[in-house]
Design a protein around this ligand. Structure first.
Ligand SMILES: [Ca+2]
Ligand SMILES: [Ca+2]
Ligand SMILES: [Ca+2]
Ligand SMILES: [Ca+2]
Length: 302
């Protein structure tokens, strides 16, 4: 015996009511659970934010020059081309001086709870770089183009942990580019540099690259975690990790423990080297020749 139209309609209404009830019960629970999460995330600018407005990478804070596309926001409506914002589950390890506290929790980069009282970035005001405790990395004042520079990274690790770092060498607002100057590091410049358990301070060599000027500002991300990103990257299966982001779904892929610090660096110009010009060399040569000639004349007169 087949149900008539009236019975079918009632069945559909009942199914709809059950779905609504389940939704009403589950969704607030999920939202509550998400809002309760305490993470540690970065504070570089990104146009892939919760407000759908463009942010500026260079110059930081605008006016709009180079658009920022860094993976920063953990729960954006649309992920960046390099995935979701790098994030860490809360834990005891951090970048910074051992006395601490050297990191602060937040729910996301641009909305919700933040222990610093301001969010890490304010997309509407085009203001990045507001996370507290960016205190774990010392950069040299000069980053020599295609030379070697050493960054000092200090912190506290609950075991054998790893430091990763990205530099936006070509200044295009992301950290996903390969070798830019043909002289060494790609933008994933430090890959799983292992640091010892406990209080650590390490010097890590990098090869900087400046396609424009040596003093062009550059956004840098430095991350500490017990996860090896080369393993997570998995030969390119998860390219987001190579570009400072994480794949979807975001929270499940957040790194355990550790911290991410984002920096807006403005390197100083390298000291000028003395390189004599050809005109000076010719003048010096003729002067020396004249002296030699005068000396030989005097010698013959004696
Ligand atoms: Ca820190
Ligand atoms: Ca920062
Ligand atoms: Ca914060
Ligand atoms: Ca780049």
């Amino acid at each position: 015996m087949y149900p008539n139209n009236g019975q079918k309609a009632r069945a559909w209404i009942l199914l709809l009511a059950v779905c609504c009830l389940v939704g009403l019960l589950i969704l607030p629970g999920l939202a509550y659970a998400q809002d309760e999460v305490e993470l540690e995330v970065g504070d570089a600018p990104t146009s892939w934010n919760s407000f759908g407005v463009l942010m500026t990478a260079y110059p930081a804070g605008g006016p709009l020059g180079v658009q920022a596309n860094f993976p920063v926001v953990v729960f954006p409506p649309l992920p960046s081309p390099d995935g979701y914002g790098m994030c860490h589950w809360w834990g005891p390890s951090y970048l910074g001086p051992p006395a601490g506290p050297s990191k602060s929790p937040e729910w996301d980069a641009d909305k919700g709870f933040d222990a610093d009282t301001v969010n890490n970035i304010n997309p509407v005001a085009n203001t990045p770089d507001q996370d507290g405790h960016d205190d774990g990395v010392v950069f040299p004042s000069v980053l020599p183009d295609c030379g070697i520079a050493n960054i000092t990274v200090r912190g506290v690790a609950a075991g054998d942990y790893y430091v990763n770092a990205w530099f936006d060498w070509n200044r295009d607002g992301d950290w996903n580019d390969k070798s830019v100057c043909g002289c060494g590091d790609n933008e994933w410049a430090v890959q799983d540099f292992q640091v010892p358990a406990g209080v650590f301070s390490v010097s890590i060599p990098i090869v900087p690259c400046h396609p424009g000027s040596d003093t062009d500002p550059v956004w840098v991300r430095v991350t500490l975690s017990d996860w090896e990103l080369l393993v997570l990257w998995d030969h390119g299966a998860n390219p987001e990790y190579a570009a400072g982001g994480i794949p979807s779904p975001p929270v499940e892929n957040c790194l355990d423990d550790g911290e991410t610090e984002d920096y807006y660096l403005t390197p100083e110009a390298p000291p000028e080297e003395f390189v004599p010009e050809w005109g000076s060399i010719a003048l010096l040569s003729s002067g020396l020749a004249g002296l030699v000639g005068y000396g030989s004349l005097r010698h013959r007169k004696k």
